[in-house]
Design a protein around this ligand. Structure first.
Ligand code: OGA
Ligand code: NI
Length: 341
């Protein structure tokens, strides 16, 4: 099995060939503009401020497919602590990490390098990743790494606080779409995966990628991208950098939310650049429907004047298409679309 990037890359003087992306996919221009994108202060989403916050969120989802949330209720020190624990995790020797090191997608807790598609990639991603379920924490904590010793305690507390924020944001999106409160609260958001990326400093960021262009297949993603820039979102055909804001979460609309909204809001294509100065850690919380769940445009959002654009598809079937056509977002969504007569 491929060795973890973090176990050898510190000695790499130049970028190995199998990490060089073909010219049309490499980042090339590293100085594209960097913006915060829409920033939503969640503490204002109470009383009279609620309607305005909802408006701001929906507009952000329509224009950009993402926004950043601040004052969201997850404490800054907990976010900091969690990032530190993750850093400690990746810093441990390979022998210690070997208990969770696997590229087997059926394993629920997995530490791997590049992607689970390692053997078929045209170029490797400059990253290592640790992914495991995190909700409800009581049911999945046994799967988590035992070391660092405070991993389970810190990550357990973190996921509880993050879940509260997630449900709050989902209800605001409900309000904006015209769906009843709690619409996303059941099977549509039952699974949560915590996915932590380590993007070590890279010998040649103009040729490499931390993650190739993609749209998240799930419902919605909450990402703590830390202090180091790397995330880019495609807007109107242009890559724009997402400026890191201290203690903020980047909220990215996923394919399932796009389908449920009947294209009222859209998931953005995004990718991750590397940099040559600093290691970057990002922690993503992926909100995921159950695999049996049928996803289709919400009944309340379709009518004869606004017919459904997508057919009902079980999430597991969507995922198989997604894995087959990885990197081709349009083709993935086309497979779920209803044929217009
Ligand atoms: C992802 C992703 C962005 C980042 O893991 O799907 O887009 O900045 N991550 O790590
Ligand atoms: Ni993503």
């Amino acid at each position: 099995m491929a060795k973890l990037l973090s176990s050898w890359c510190k000695d790499a003087q130049s970028l190995p060939k199998n990490y060089v992306f073909p010219p049309d996919k490499r980042p090339g221009e590293l100085n594209s503009p960097v913006y915060s994108g829409p920033v939503v202060d969640l503490s204002k989403a109470v009383g009279q401020g609620q309607a305005e916050t909802i408006q701001q969120i929906i507009q952000a989802c329509q224009e950009f497919g993402f926004f950043q949330v601040i004052k969201h209720g997850v404490s800054g020190s907990l976010m900091h602590d969690t990032k530190n624990v993750m850093k400690e995790f990746f810093d441990m020797p390979d022998e210690v990490k070997s208990s969770v090191f696997t590229a087997d997608a059926s394993k629920r807790c997995r530490l791997f390098t590049s992607s689970l598609n390692y053997t078929n990639e045209e170029a490797y991603y400059w990253r290592d990743n640790l992914t495991h379920p995190c909700h409800p924490w009581e049911d999945c904590m046994q799967l988590w790494p035992k070391k660092p010793t405070r991993y389970r305690e810190v990550v357990g507390t973190y996921t509880v606080e993050v879940r509260k924020m997630i449900l709050k944001v989902l209800d605001l999106i409900c309000g904006g779409l015209g769906l009843e409160q709690g619409y996303f609260g059941g099977d549509l958001s039952k699974i949560e995966l915590l996915s932590t990326n380590l993007y070590p400093r890279c010998p040649d960021p103009s040729l490499a990628l931390g993650c190739h262009r993609h749209c998240d297949p799930n419902l919605i993603t909450f990402l703590d991208q830390g202090e180091v820039y790397g995330l880019q979102v495609c807007k109107d055909g242009q890559w724009i950098g997402v400026e890191p804001i201290s203690n903020a979460f980047v909220v990215l609309i996923g394919c399932q939310l796009q389908i449920i909204s009947n294209d009222k809001i859209r998931g953005p294509e995004h990718r991750v650049l590397t940099n040559s100065n600093k290691d970057r850690i990002s922690i993503g919380c992926f909100v995921i429907p159950t695999y049996e769940c049928f996803i289709e445009p919400a009944k309340a959002l379709v009518s004869t004047c606004n017919p459904p654009l997508y057919r009902a598809l079980q999430y597991k079937d969507f995922l198989s298409t997604y894995d087959e056509k990885i990197g081709n977002f349009r083709a993935v969504m086309e497979c779920s679309k209803l044929q217009v007569q």
